[in-house]
Design a protein around this ligand. Structure first.
Ligand code: PLP
Length: 363
Protein backbone atom coordinates (compact mmCIF):
# COMPACT_ATOMS: atom_id res chain seq x y z
CA UNK A 1 0.00 0.00 0.00
CA UNK A 2 1.32 3.46 -0.87
CA UNK A 3 2.16 5.45 2.23
CA UNK A 4 0.26 8.73 2.56
CA UNK A 5 2.23 11.48 4.28
CA UNK A 6 0.26 13.67 6.69
CA UNK A 7 1.53 17.19 7.35
CA UNK A 8 -0.80 18.80 9.88
CA UNK A 9 -1.28 22.55 10.00
CA UNK A 10 0.28 24.28 13.02
CA UNK A 11 -2.43 26.98 12.76
CA UNK A 12 -5.91 25.43 12.51
CA UNK A 13 -8.72 27.79 11.48
CA UNK A 14 -11.63 28.44 13.77
CA UNK A 15 -14.39 26.02 12.86
CA UNK A 16 -18.01 27.08 12.41
CA UNK A 17 -20.07 26.50 15.55
CA UNK A 18 -22.72 23.77 15.72
CA UNK A 19 -25.53 26.21 14.80
CA UNK A 20 -23.64 28.19 12.12
CA UNK A 21 -25.17 28.24 8.64
CA UNK A 22 -23.04 26.28 6.19
CA UNK A 23 -23.65 27.72 2.71
CA UNK A 24 -22.68 25.25 -0.01
CA UNK A 25 -19.02 25.31 -1.03
CA UNK A 26 -17.85 28.44 0.77
CA UNK A 27 -16.05 27.16 3.84
CA UNK A 28 -13.08 24.80 3.55
CA UNK A 29 -11.35 22.64 6.14
CA UNK A 30 -7.78 22.88 7.46
CA UNK A 31 -6.24 20.39 5.03
CA UNK A 32 -6.24 19.17 1.44
CA UNK A 33 -4.98 16.04 -0.27
CA UNK A 34 -2.41 16.34 -3.07
CA UNK A 35 -0.70 13.93 -5.46
CA UNK A 36 1.36 14.67 -8.57
CA UNK A 37 1.90 12.96 -11.90
CA UNK A 38 4.85 13.27 -14.20
CA UNK A 39 6.14 11.05 -16.98
CA UNK A 40 9.15 9.75 -15.01
CA UNK A 41 7.45 8.91 -11.74
CA UNK A 42 3.80 8.38 -12.66
CA UNK A 43 1.42 9.31 -9.83
CA UNK A 44 3.54 9.97 -6.76
CA UNK A 45 3.84 11.69 -3.40
CA UNK A 46 0.30 11.29 -2.03
CA UNK A 47 -0.01 13.62 0.95
CA UNK A 48 -2.33 15.55 3.22
CA UNK A 49 -1.07 19.12 3.72
CA UNK A 50 -2.42 22.38 5.14
CA UNK A 51 -5.11 23.96 2.90
CA UNK A 52 -3.42 26.70 0.83
CA UNK A 53 -3.60 28.43 -2.57
CA UNK A 54 -1.74 26.97 -5.56
CA UNK A 55 0.85 28.88 -7.50
CA UNK A 56 0.43 28.22 -11.24
CA UNK A 57 2.35 29.42 -14.28
CA UNK A 58 0.00 31.55 -16.43
CA UNK A 59 0.68 29.14 -19.31
CA UNK A 60 -0.60 26.15 -17.29
CA UNK A 61 -2.65 24.28 -19.86
CA UNK A 62 -5.73 23.64 -17.71
CA UNK A 63 -6.29 27.41 -17.59
CA UNK A 64 -6.52 27.53 -21.38
CA UNK A 65 -7.88 24.22 -22.61
CA UNK A 66 -9.78 22.87 -19.58
CA UNK A 67 -8.12 19.45 -19.37
CA UNK A 68 -9.69 18.84 -15.98
CA UNK A 69 -12.10 16.47 -14.27
CA UNK A 70 -13.71 16.44 -10.85
CA UNK A 71 -16.07 14.49 -8.68
CA UNK A 72 -18.24 15.19 -5.65
CA UNK A 73 -19.14 13.04 -2.67
CA UNK A 74 -20.09 13.39 0.96
CA UNK A 75 -19.13 12.13 4.42
CA UNK A 76 -21.91 12.06 7.02
CA UNK A 77 -21.76 12.04 10.81
CA UNK A 78 -24.30 9.49 11.98
CA UNK A 79 -26.46 9.71 15.06
CA UNK A 80 -24.04 7.13 16.52
CA UNK A 81 -21.22 9.68 15.89
CA UNK A 82 -19.62 7.38 13.29
CA UNK A 83 -18.52 9.27 10.17
CA UNK A 84 -19.36 7.40 6.98
CA UNK A 85 -18.47 7.99 3.33
CA UNK A 86 -20.99 7.08 0.60
CA UNK A 87 -19.97 4.67 -2.19
CA UNK A 88 -16.29 5.65 -2.40
CA UNK A 89 -15.61 2.74 -4.77
CA UNK A 90 -18.16 4.04 -7.29
CA UNK A 91 -16.72 7.56 -7.06
CA UNK A 92 -13.14 6.29 -7.56
CA UNK A 93 -14.24 4.30 -10.62
CA UNK A 94 -16.02 7.34 -12.05
CA UNK A 95 -12.93 9.53 -11.56
CA UNK A 96 -11.01 7.08 -13.73
CA UNK A 97 -13.75 7.01 -16.37
CA UNK A 98 -13.73 10.82 -16.51
CA UNK A 99 -9.89 10.81 -16.69
CA UNK A 100 -9.95 8.32 -19.57
CA UNK A 101 -12.21 10.62 -21.61
CA UNK A 102 -9.86 13.58 -21.02
CA UNK A 103 -6.66 11.57 -21.74
CA UNK A 104 -5.57 11.97 -18.11
CA UNK A 105 -3.51 9.03 -16.76
CA UNK A 106 -5.46 6.53 -14.65
CA UNK A 107 -5.16 6.56 -10.85
CA UNK A 108 -5.11 3.61 -8.46
CA UNK A 109 -8.70 3.29 -7.24
CA UNK A 110 -7.64 1.91 -3.86
CA UNK A 111 -5.40 4.94 -3.38
CA UNK A 112 -8.20 7.29 -4.45
CA UNK A 113 -10.42 5.80 -1.76
CA UNK A 114 -7.55 6.08 0.74
CA UNK A 115 -7.22 9.76 -0.19
CA UNK A 116 -10.87 10.38 0.81
CA UNK A 117 -10.41 8.54 4.11
CA UNK A 118 -7.08 10.24 4.85
CA UNK A 119 -8.47 13.75 4.34
CA UNK A 120 -11.73 13.15 6.21
CA UNK A 121 -9.95 11.51 9.13
CA UNK A 122 -7.41 14.36 9.34
CA UNK A 123 -10.26 16.90 9.37
CA UNK A 124 -12.69 14.67 11.28
CA UNK A 125 -13.79 17.45 13.64
CA UNK A 126 -14.94 19.41 10.58
CA UNK A 127 -17.65 16.87 9.76
CA UNK A 128 -20.78 18.65 11.01
CA UNK A 129 -23.24 16.78 13.17
CA UNK A 130 -26.63 18.41 12.68
CA UNK A 131 -29.17 16.43 10.70
CA UNK A 132 -28.93 17.06 6.97
CA UNK A 133 -25.38 18.39 7.10
CA UNK A 134 -22.31 16.72 5.59
CA UNK A 135 -18.66 17.18 4.67
CA UNK A 136 -18.60 17.59 0.88
CA UNK A 137 -15.44 16.31 -0.84
CA UNK A 138 -14.27 17.67 -4.16
CA UNK A 139 -11.61 15.45 -5.79
CA UNK A 140 -10.20 17.16 -8.89
CA UNK A 141 -7.50 16.48 -11.48
CA UNK A 142 -5.96 19.31 -13.48
CA UNK A 143 -3.31 19.37 -16.22
CA UNK A 144 -0.38 21.36 -14.81
CA UNK A 145 2.17 21.41 -17.62
CA UNK A 146 2.98 25.00 -18.64
CA UNK A 147 2.60 25.11 -22.41
CA UNK A 148 0.21 26.47 -25.00
CA UNK A 149 -0.82 23.70 -27.32
CA UNK A 150 -3.64 21.22 -27.60
CA UNK A 151 -2.46 17.75 -26.63
CA UNK A 152 -2.52 15.72 -23.40
CA UNK A 153 -0.34 17.37 -20.76
CA UNK A 154 2.71 15.60 -19.38
CA UNK A 155 2.06 16.58 -15.75
CA UNK A 156 -1.05 16.63 -13.54
CA UNK A 157 -2.16 17.44 -10.03
CA UNK A 158 -4.80 15.43 -8.17
CA UNK A 159 -6.25 17.28 -5.20
CA UNK A 160 -9.13 16.87 -2.80
CA UNK A 161 -10.65 19.71 -0.81
CA UNK A 162 -13.42 19.39 1.77
CA UNK A 163 -16.26 21.73 2.67
CA UNK A 164 -18.79 21.38 5.51
CA UNK A 165 -22.25 21.93 4.02
CA UNK A 166 -25.62 22.60 5.59
CA UNK A 167 -28.88 20.81 4.91
CA UNK A 168 -29.92 21.41 1.30
CA UNK A 169 -33.55 21.57 2.40
CA UNK A 170 -33.52 22.82 6.00
CA UNK A 171 -37.35 22.94 6.06
CA UNK A 172 -38.07 19.67 4.26
CA UNK A 173 -38.04 18.94 0.54
CA UNK A 174 -38.94 22.05 -1.48
CA UNK A 175 -40.07 21.48 -5.10
CA UNK A 176 -38.25 23.47 -7.81
CA UNK A 177 -39.37 24.89 -11.16
CA UNK A 178 -37.52 23.72 -14.25
CA UNK A 179 -37.50 24.92 -17.85
CA UNK A 180 -36.94 22.57 -20.79
CA UNK A 181 -34.83 24.17 -23.51
CA UNK A 182 -34.62 23.17 -27.15
CA UNK A 183 -32.27 25.99 -28.09
CA UNK A 184 -29.25 25.15 -25.91
CA UNK A 185 -27.70 21.71 -25.52
CA UNK A 186 -25.52 20.25 -22.80
CA UNK A 187 -23.78 17.51 -24.74
CA UNK A 188 -23.99 15.55 -27.97
CA UNK A 189 -23.30 11.94 -28.80
CA UNK A 190 -19.57 11.54 -29.17
CA UNK A 191 -18.95 14.48 -26.82
CA UNK A 192 -17.99 14.67 -23.16
CA UNK A 193 -21.46 14.45 -21.60
CA UNK A 194 -20.60 11.32 -19.62
CA UNK A 195 -17.48 12.85 -18.04
CA UNK A 196 -17.48 15.13 -15.00
CA UNK A 197 -15.32 17.69 -16.72
CA UNK A 198 -15.04 21.46 -16.32
CA UNK A 199 -16.08 22.34 -19.87
CA UNK A 200 -19.56 20.84 -19.45
CA UNK A 201 -20.25 23.29 -16.62
CA UNK A 202 -18.89 26.30 -18.49
CA UNK A 203 -21.24 25.33 -21.30
CA UNK A 204 -24.25 25.17 -18.96
CA UNK A 205 -23.97 28.68 -17.49
CA UNK A 206 -25.61 30.65 -20.31
CA UNK A 207 -28.78 28.55 -20.57
CA UNK A 208 -29.10 28.40 -16.78
CA UNK A 209 -28.98 32.21 -16.58
CA UNK A 210 -31.73 32.37 -19.20
CA UNK A 211 -33.85 29.96 -17.15
CA UNK A 212 -33.27 32.09 -14.03
CA UNK A 213 -34.41 35.20 -15.89
CA UNK A 214 -37.60 33.38 -16.88
CA UNK A 215 -38.26 32.50 -13.21
CA UNK A 216 -37.01 28.90 -13.17
CA UNK A 217 -34.39 27.28 -10.94
CA UNK A 218 -32.86 24.81 -13.40
CA UNK A 219 -32.65 23.87 -17.06
CA UNK A 220 -34.12 20.59 -18.25
CA UNK A 221 -31.67 19.60 -21.00
CA UNK A 222 -32.92 17.85 -24.10
CA UNK A 223 -30.79 15.71 -26.42
CA UNK A 224 -28.34 17.50 -28.68
CA UNK A 225 -29.45 15.94 -31.97
CA UNK A 226 -33.26 16.05 -32.12
CA UNK A 227 -33.79 18.50 -29.23
CA UNK A 228 -36.57 16.21 -28.07
CA UNK A 229 -35.52 13.63 -25.51
CA UNK A 230 -34.95 14.40 -21.82
CA UNK A 231 -31.32 14.22 -20.70
CA UNK A 232 -30.59 15.81 -17.31
CA UNK A 233 -31.80 18.62 -15.09
CA UNK A 234 -29.15 21.21 -14.22
CA UNK A 235 -26.34 19.06 -12.84
CA UNK A 236 -28.63 16.27 -11.72
CA UNK A 237 -30.09 13.18 -13.32
CA UNK A 238 -33.82 13.34 -14.02
CA UNK A 239 -36.54 10.82 -13.15
CA UNK A 240 -40.29 10.92 -13.48
CA UNK A 241 -43.33 8.76 -12.90
CA UNK A 242 -46.12 8.39 -15.44
CA UNK A 243 -48.91 6.27 -13.91
CA UNK A 244 -46.90 3.46 -12.29
CA UNK A 245 -43.88 3.51 -14.55
CA UNK A 246 -40.75 5.26 -13.32
CA UNK A 247 -38.71 6.53 -16.24
CA UNK A 248 -35.18 7.86 -16.47
CA UNK A 249 -33.05 8.49 -19.57
CA UNK A 250 -30.58 5.69 -20.38
CA UNK A 251 -26.79 5.99 -19.99
CA UNK A 252 -25.90 6.35 -23.63
CA UNK A 253 -22.81 8.56 -23.44
CA UNK A 254 -24.42 11.99 -23.29
CA UNK A 255 -25.45 12.07 -19.61
CA UNK A 256 -23.50 11.59 -16.43
CA UNK A 257 -23.77 8.23 -14.67
CA UNK A 258 -24.89 9.65 -11.34
CA UNK A 259 -24.13 7.57 -8.29
CA UNK A 260 -27.32 8.85 -6.66
CA UNK A 261 -29.15 7.82 -9.87
CA UNK A 262 -27.72 4.30 -9.60
CA UNK A 263 -28.53 4.14 -5.86
CA UNK A 264 -32.16 5.15 -6.19
CA UNK A 265 -32.72 2.89 -9.22
CA UNK A 266 -31.37 0.02 -7.10
CA UNK A 267 -33.67 0.92 -4.19
CA UNK A 268 -36.76 1.21 -6.40
CA UNK A 269 -36.00 -2.17 -8.00
CA UNK A 270 -35.53 -3.63 -4.49
CA UNK A 271 -38.99 -2.26 -3.66
CA UNK A 272 -40.51 -3.98 -6.70
CA UNK A 273 -41.37 -0.78 -8.57
CA UNK A 274 -41.48 -0.73 -12.37
CA UNK A 275 -38.40 1.17 -13.50
CA UNK A 276 -37.51 1.88 -17.13
CA UNK A 277 -34.25 3.33 -18.37
CA UNK A 278 -35.51 4.59 -21.71
CA UNK A 279 -35.71 7.65 -23.89
CA UNK A 280 -38.69 9.87 -23.22
CA UNK A 281 -39.56 12.96 -25.25
CA UNK A 282 -40.64 16.30 -23.86
CA UNK A 283 -43.87 15.95 -25.93
CA UNK A 284 -44.68 12.67 -24.15
CA UNK A 285 -44.04 14.31 -20.77
CA UNK A 286 -46.16 17.40 -21.52
CA UNK A 287 -48.97 15.19 -22.86
CA UNK A 288 -48.84 12.99 -19.74
CA UNK A 289 -49.04 16.14 -17.61
CA UNK A 290 -52.07 17.31 -19.57
CA UNK A 291 -53.76 13.91 -19.10
CA UNK A 292 -53.00 14.01 -15.38
CA UNK A 293 -50.78 10.93 -15.68
CA UNK A 294 -47.50 12.66 -14.80
CA UNK A 295 -47.53 11.89 -11.10
CA UNK A 296 -44.11 13.08 -9.97
CA UNK A 297 -40.71 14.18 -11.18
CA UNK A 298 -37.40 14.60 -9.38
CA UNK A 299 -33.69 15.17 -9.88
CA UNK A 300 -30.93 13.11 -8.22
CA UNK A 301 -27.42 14.20 -7.27
CA UNK A 302 -24.98 14.22 -4.37
CA UNK A 303 -25.61 17.84 -3.37
CA UNK A 304 -29.41 17.72 -2.92
CA UNK A 305 -29.75 13.89 -2.92
CA UNK A 306 -33.34 14.18 -4.26
CA UNK A 307 -34.79 17.39 -5.64
CA UNK A 308 -38.56 17.34 -6.30
CA UNK A 309 -39.81 19.14 -9.41
CA UNK A 310 -43.04 21.06 -8.79
CA UNK A 311 -43.38 22.86 -12.10
CA UNK A 312 -42.20 22.23 -15.64
CA UNK A 313 -42.02 24.83 -18.40
CA UNK A 314 -41.55 24.28 -22.14
CA UNK A 315 -42.04 26.99 -24.77
CA UNK A 316 -45.10 28.95 -23.58
CA UNK A 317 -46.56 26.17 -21.49
CA UNK A 318 -46.20 25.55 -17.80
CA UNK A 319 -47.53 22.54 -15.94
CA UNK A 320 -47.70 21.88 -12.21
CA UNK A 321 -46.69 18.40 -11.09
CA UNK A 322 -48.56 16.84 -8.18
CA UNK A 323 -50.05 20.25 -7.45
CA UNK A 324 -46.54 21.62 -6.97
CA UNK A 325 -45.91 19.26 -4.04
CA UNK A 326 -43.36 16.54 -3.34
CA UNK A 327 -44.58 13.15 -4.60
CA UNK A 328 -44.76 9.95 -2.52
CA UNK A 329 -41.91 8.08 -4.19
CA UNK A 330 -39.78 11.23 -4.24
CA UNK A 331 -40.20 11.55 -0.47
CA UNK A 332 -39.72 7.83 0.15
CA UNK A 333 -36.45 7.84 -1.80
CA UNK A 334 -35.17 10.89 0.05
CA UNK A 335 -36.01 9.30 3.41
CA UNK A 336 -34.43 5.97 2.44
CA UNK A 337 -31.17 7.43 1.12
CA UNK A 338 -30.71 9.85 4.02
CA UNK A 339 -31.43 7.05 6.53
CA UNK A 340 -28.49 5.17 4.98
CA UNK A 341 -26.29 8.27 5.03
CA UNK A 342 -26.76 8.80 8.76
CA UNK A 343 -26.41 5.12 9.67
CA UNK A 344 -30.07 4.72 10.59
CA UNK A 345 -30.88 1.96 8.07
CA UNK A 346 -29.63 -1.48 7.12
CA UNK A 347 -27.13 -1.28 4.31
CA UNK A 348 -27.55 -4.46 2.24
CA UNK A 349 -25.58 -3.05 -0.71
CA UNK A 350 -22.60 -1.96 1.46
CA UNK A 351 -22.72 1.66 0.30
CA UNK A 352 -21.60 3.25 3.58
CA UNK A 353 -17.92 3.14 4.54
CA UNK A 354 -16.99 4.17 8.10
CA UNK A 355 -14.02 6.51 7.83
CA UNK A 356 -10.71 4.74 8.40
CA UNK A 357 -9.01 6.88 11.03
CA UNK A 358 -5.77 4.83 11.06
CA UNK A 359 -4.66 6.56 7.84
CA UNK A 360 -4.34 9.87 9.69
CA UNK A 361 -2.97 8.30 12.85
CA UNK A 362 -0.23 6.27 11.13
CA UNK A 363 1.65 9.33 9.97
C1 PLP B 1 -22.44 15.18 -10.60
C2 PLP B 1 -23.53 15.17 -11.63
C3 PLP B 1 -24.69 14.39 -11.50
C4 PLP B 1 -25.03 13.64 -10.25
O1 PLP B 1 -24.13 12.61 -9.96
P1 PLP B 1 -24.06 12.05 -8.48
O2 PLP B 1 -23.01 11.01 -8.56
O3 PLP B 1 -25.39 11.50 -8.18
O4 PLP B 1 -23.70 13.20 -7.61
C5 PLP B 1 -25.58 14.38 -12.56
N1 PLP B 1 -25.37 15.10 -13.67
C6 PLP B 1 -24.28 15.86 -13.82
C7 PLP B 1 -24.09 16.63 -15.07
C8 PLP B 1 -23.33 15.93 -12.80
O5 PLP B 1 -22.27 16.70 -12.93
Amino acid sequence: MTQIRIDRTPTPKSRPGPEAPLPFGKIFTDHMFLMNFDEDRGWHDPRVVPYAPFSLDPATCVLHYAQAIFDGMKAFRGEDDVVRLFRTDAHAARINRSCAQLCIPQLDEGLLQDSFHALVSTDLDWVPGRHGTALYLRPTVIATEAFLGVRPAKSYLYFVIASPVGAYYPEGLAPVKILATDTHVRAVRGGLGAAKTAGNYANSIFATEEAHKAGFTQVLWLDGVEHKYLEEVGTMNIMLRIDDEIITPPLAGTILAGITRDSVLTLMRDWGLRVSERQISITEVMQAAEDDRLKEMWGTGTAAVISPVGELGFHDRRVKINGGNTGDITQRLYDAVTALHYGRANDPHHWMHPVRTELARAA
